[in-house]
Design a protein around this ligand. Structure first.
Ligand code: FMN
Length: 209
């Protein structure tokens, strides 16, 4: 697991309401590209870098090790990578799903992870989990089709995707350390990470229940 914490004082100020409520969160990122220099992984790192101090984020390494979903295999005993991914999602307050666009849809790695997280039917670990969908591509549309498809699949799987999702176009030139070069896009990303934390706080059961 890769752990990130927020670095910048200004970031901490902007997301301070989450600190004052004591609602510190853990966000798990699932990245749909296994490429070493993946821009989607970079986008996940950038999003997690926006978390307020005290909250934590991690990028799961497990999607790359999942076999294709198979109901026979799952009912005979889920493979280790699937069991561990389900545990990681179960421990997270919210999920980032970050996918490239492959031939007009989300990547198979991203879709396969959703499939494993969607079972057992009606009670998959993704059920009720807030999810922020992001996508980066080298083209101008920022993985629009892939993101739309991911929101649909997460919804059908029982997750709670934010209806807003964010795409990063021209991804090879889009990043600068732990920020997006385009200020408006970076602000948008920060707003959406804040929205994800709000959704996670709202979906937590009240204390003592
Ligand atoms: C098999 C394949 C299909 C692709 N199809 C699309 C596509 O439909 N739309 C698009 O914008 N980019 C497409 N691309 C370009 C990827 O979005 C681009 O390579 C992106 O950087 C991959 O993400 P990564 O950097 O995280 O690996 C495709 C790339 C591959 C390898």
């Amino acid at each position: 697991m890769t752990i990130f914490t927020a670095r910048r004082a200004a970031q901490r100020r902007e997301l301070a309401p989450f600190l004052s409520t004591g609602a510190l969160m853990h966000v798990l990122a699932i990245v749909g590209s296994t490429r070493a220099a993946s821009t989607n992984r970079r986008l996940a790192e950038t999003a997690l870098a926006q978390l307020p101090e005290g909250s934590t984020g991690s990028i799961s390494e497990l999607p790359a090790h999942l076999p294709f979903y198979d109901e026979d295999v799952d009912s005979a005993g889920a493979p280790d990578a699937a069991t561990r991914l389900r545990a990681e999602v179960g421990e997270a307050d919210a999920v980032l799903l970050v996918t490239p666009e492959y031939n007009g849809g989300m990547s198979a790695v991203a879709k396969n992870a959703i499939d494993w997280l969607s079972r057992p039917f009606g009670d998959g670990i993704i059920k009720g989990k807030p999810v922020l969908v992001l996508g980066a591509t080298m083209s101008a549309r920022g993985a629009q089709w892939a993101r739309e498809e991911a929101v649909k699949s997460v919804t059908i799987a029982g997750g709670l995707p934010l209806q807003r999702h964010l795409g990063v176009p021209s991804a090879f030139e889009a990043f600068d350390e732990d920020a997006l070069r385009e200020p408006e896009l970076h602000d948008d990303l920060r707003t959406l990470v804040g929205d994800l934390l709000t959704a996670a706080a709202e979906s937590r059961e009240p204390a003592g229940v």
